[in-house]
Design a protein around this ligand. Structure first.
Ligand code: ZN
Length: 370
């Protein structure tokens, strides 16, 4: 398995399965498509359209230990020429105080960056000095987080809210109990902090069925990914035997859903820092975590990944240094002979990315995926 030896979908916030761009890019979020699956799942948007996904990193941590984002803003810049494009890309790779939600990926394509309050004046002046206009997309990040948190904290799983690690696991077990002939609960491995990582197979029993693997939330702050995958599990299971198209699909194909890959990071987003993205290993040089999406043993350390442990795109000390990526790779290598498509599902950016992360060339089976 590769960094992006996988297909990746970048969900939209308001309409998670609506892929509005399919792009060949070497942007940080990687990879190739499976348009087949896109068509399959497109209509089934979760009932969470009002939820908001918020992202990222350096911030103010109060005595309570909970990181706050008061007064932080998300700015949007649209590069108008090559020089601006290069400046933005350089800024992302060199100034770790800034949190790029959408990387510089091409001329006239929006770049979204979260800016800590104490850097707002500096960054706005910097943009002005290089002739880059900006707009304020989010005026006060903490306000949005407050709104989200107030609607998510309950003790029970609910498809109309975000759910905790424990609630998600309980729901996966409930699916497995209720639909025993259509599911298999799978323990992929355990995390750095010894949390179980669960996936579920969904499909009617059969031999040598082709399979599609959907990897979710390798970046822990991308909450809408697990919410979306869980909704699609429900949709498939409830549709079997009642809808011909779903029944036929599940008779012919197996789906493997892994709603939360980076479980330690996910718990951390609930307890301490809503915008945490990496794993929780370390510290190295005083900084915790590795970007697990840049920790695969394929083109490890290529451009797009950082060697700085304090960066949000830190690739780790070595390929597969993270037990989460190593466990997942092992599982797929041992059990995935029928997996025909592997999709890594992310949020933000609204992109469907076809090439592997280290190239802008289309994959050899690009046409077949249409
Ligand atoms: Zn991501």
């Amino acid at each position: 398995m590769s960094t992006c030896g996988t297909n990746q979908i970048i969900l939209t916030l308001a309409d998670p399965w609506r892929v509005i761009e399919r792009r060949c890019s070497t942007s940080h979020e990687t990879c190739s498509p499976c348009r087949y699956l896109s068509k399959l799942l497109y209509p089934y948007t979760p009932g969470i359209s009002t939820m908001k996904v918020l992202l990222l990193l350096f911030t103010i941590t109060l005595a309570s230990g909970v990181t706050r984002f008061d007064g932080e803003q998300v700015l949007r810049v649209i590069p108008q020429d090559e020089l601006q494009l290069q400046e933005l890309a350089k800024l992302e790779m060199t100034d770790f105080r800034l949190d790029f939600w959408k990387s510089a990926s091409g001329l006239f394509r929006p770049v979204d960056v979260r800016v800590p309050k104490n850097l707002l004046t500096y960054v706005k002046k910097l943009l002005d000095s290089t002739g880059m206009n900006h707009t304020v997309m989010i005026d006060d990040l903490q306000q949005l987080i407050n709104n989200q948190t107030s609607t998510s904290i309950t003790n029970e799983f609910d498809f109309d809210k975000y759910n905790s690690y424990e609630e998600i696991n309980a729901q996966l077990k409930e699916f497995a109990d209720k639909y025993q002939s259509l599911t298999t609960l799978i323990k992929i491995g355990a995390s750095h902090e010894s949390r179980d990582i669960y996936a579920i197979r969904v499909g009617n029993s059969g031999t040598d069925k082709p399979a599609i693997f959907l990897e979710g939330q390798i970046h822990s702050r991308e909450w809408i990914v697990s919410a979306t995958l869980l909704y699609n599990i429900k949709f498939l299971l409830e549709g079997y035997g009642t809808e011909d198209r779903i029944t036929k699909l599940m008779d012919e194909v197996d789906f493997y859903f892994l709603p939360v890959t980076n479980v330690d990071g996910y718990v951390y987003t609930w307890t301490t820092n809503r915008l945490w993205r990496k794993t929780r290993s370390g510290p190295i040089d005083g900084c915790y975590g590795v970007d697990p999406n840049r920790n695969w043993d394929d083109h490890f350390g290529d451009p797009g990944a950082s060697d700085n442990p304090c960066s949000d795109t830190y690739h780790g000390p070595s390929a597969f240094s993270e037990v989460e990526t190593k466990s997942l790779s092992n599982w797929v290598l041992e059990n995935g002979k029928n997996i025909k498509a592997y999709l890594a599902v992310h949020s933000y950016s609204e992109m469907w990315m076809s090439p592997y992360g280290w190239t802008s060339d289309l994959p050899p089976d690009y046409e077949d995926q249409d």
